[in-house]
Design a binder for this molecule. Structure first.
Ligand SMILES: O=C(CO)COP(=O)(O)O
Length: 250
């Protein structure tokens, strides 16, 4: 039985004061079990986020980290320091990081290893462009991204990690993949994990869908067999909306 996840990704939004206001807005309102609620916030907000999440069911994520623990890497964030701060997860391979910051599959794999070595778990993102989908190349592209990202990762570590399928054409566009389209690709990813590892590992790993998930469509997405949750941008920023997502089954 895979515990569902609702993970927010605030991207480069909110300052520490706004982070605290969000935390005050959800205080005491998250379910204790049945769903894992995660917020991914900018590095500058993480101290506030971790302090506010302590003693509550909320899990925390950084939106990126470097793959070295320390050194002369001006402007980067150390995965070792993130672990010491108390972070649970790190989002890696988001399409915005691949597109704007030129992150490669190799970087993403190195980051996954660095995060696991530092006792956190990666949320590994993948997804195709509209052009790739229309050319019938989406499945090969996405499964290729996953194969490269998980190289050298043990099955034990993979089942505690998270995969997020986010078709680029559905991010921030208001254009959600239909629940059937999302299910279809998430199923393909699960089959890929089965071929790279085994059926048991594929059955245990949680795979999220992301791209214009909101309270109005979350239930339909979550009803799909292979979809274990959502990685949510815009609709995760407001406490009421985030709580509505987390309580999708109520
Ligand atoms: O990129 C996303 C989450 O990582 C999706 O963003 P939106 O939910 O705003 O479309």
């Amino acid at each position: 039985m895979r515990t569902p996840i609702i993970a927010g990704n605030w991207k480069m939004n909110k300052n520490p004061k706004e982070t605290q206001e969000f935390l005050d807005g959800i205080k005491g309102k998250l379910p204790e079990s049945g769903v894992e609620a995660i917020i991914g916030a900018p590095a500058i907000d993480l101290t506030t986020l971790v302090a506010g999440a302590e003693g509550t069911p909320l899990k925390t994520a950084a939106e990126n980290s470097y793959f070295e623990d320390a050194g002369a890497f001006t402007g980067e964030t150390s995965p070792k320091a993130l672990d010491e701060m108390g972070l649970d997860y790190v989002i890696i391979g988001h399409s915005e990081r691949r597109q704007y910051f030129k992150e490669t599959d190799e970087d993403i794999n190195k980051k996954a290893h660095a995060i696991l070595k530092n006792n956190m778990f990666p949320i590994i993102c993948c997804g195709e462009t509209l052009e790739q989908r229309e050319a019938g190349k989406a499945e090969d592209w996405v499964t290729g991204q996953i194969e490269n990202a998980v190289k050298g990762i043990s099955a034990d570590d993979l089942v505690k990690s998270v995969i997020a399928y986010e078709p680029i054409w559905a991010i921030g566009t208001g254009k959600t993949a239909t629940a059937d389209q999302a299910q279809e690709m998430v199923h393909v990813i699960r089959e890929k994990i089965a071929s790279l590892y085994d059926a048991d590992t594929a059955d245990k790993v949680r795979i999220l869908y992301g791209g214009s998930v909101k309270p109005a469509n979350v239930k339909e997405l979550m009803a799909k067999e292979d979809i274990d949750g959502g990685l949510v941008g815009g609709a995760s920023m407001d406490p009421e909306s985030f709580l509505a997502l987390v309580n999708y089954n109520k």
